[in-house]
Design a binder for this molecule. Sequence first.
Ligand code: UDP
Length: 336
Amino acid sequence: MKNILVTGGLGFIGSHTVVELQASGYRVIVVDDLSNSTVDVLENIEKISGIKPDFHQLDLRNKSDVQQLFATTSIDGIIHFAAFKAVGESVHKPLEYYENNIGSLVYILQEMVKHNIKNFIFSSSCTVYGQAETLPITELEKTKPALSPYGNTKQVGEEIIIDACNAHQLNAISLRYFNPIGAHDSIHIGELPLGVPQNLIPYITQTAIGLRDELSIFGNDYDTKDGTAVRDYIHVVDLAKAHIAALTRLVNKENTENYEYYNVGTGTGLSVLEIVESFERVTEQKLNYTIVERRKGDVTAAFADNTLVTSKLKWQPEKSLDDALRSAWEWQKKNT
Ligand code: UDP
């Protein structure tokens, strides 16, 4: 049985990935500093899979702790989620973002080299493309200068991994996520935003349940079908499964390059208003919303061409938008 280290394994995408790893027969070691998650998630993972993963509460900025972890743990592959992820906050605290997101990445790669661990999966983001020239977005699309320190940590992170792969014969895959939403079917795990949600779906569910007065829709003067911005919303369970496909490709030595990267999205672009309408239909809730100014840094439209990921990783999205919205709503009701 292969041992997989999952950093940030109690977070939103991390926890869903842990469950899918367990279902695929991997043994999981979770590292998390609990800065944006709670230890209850471990028990909730166990409720789903019947297996409690090994857990280390650890801050990956602490180099000696990272060294100690690798010295005492047998690891065959790593899925690295742990990172700060608030775009707006990153503008005000860039050095914390660089220290956390880049520092921890470097320490992990150093330990991989030291302990001869070859397989690494990195959570990247479609934000590396900025406003793409061509839609849907293929992997041939040029990356653009990042609009925030957070976005830059993903771009610089990918570059660091490329250099490490070339110098040290590591194998890595970056997954460039579009917009992950939803919760596990069991409703035992889901997204737990700290404070006021920045992302659309938690803001919608919190509004529908009465925690927020109304949703602000950021702009209706975009050059899109109804004027609101367009994104590619992917069910978090589908996204989690893409990690298993990527890891399995490396473990089975099926990769053709030592560094590969894939867009992970559904291929469908939906506007904010379409999401609101779908949410109202699926949940039979009326949502209060108002149109406000565009949000700084938002692009007009981003949705994936997922041809490469479906062909090379033999993965495809299985869940619908309605599944995702329904589960997000059930999760909100359970947690309010
Ligand atoms: N959005 C919105 N109101 C909100 C949060 C988000 O209108 O309260 C819009 C946002 O402008 C974007 C889309 O919803 O067009 C998705 O935003 P989110 O922050 O979830 O993800 P992003 O695409 O920015 O990573």
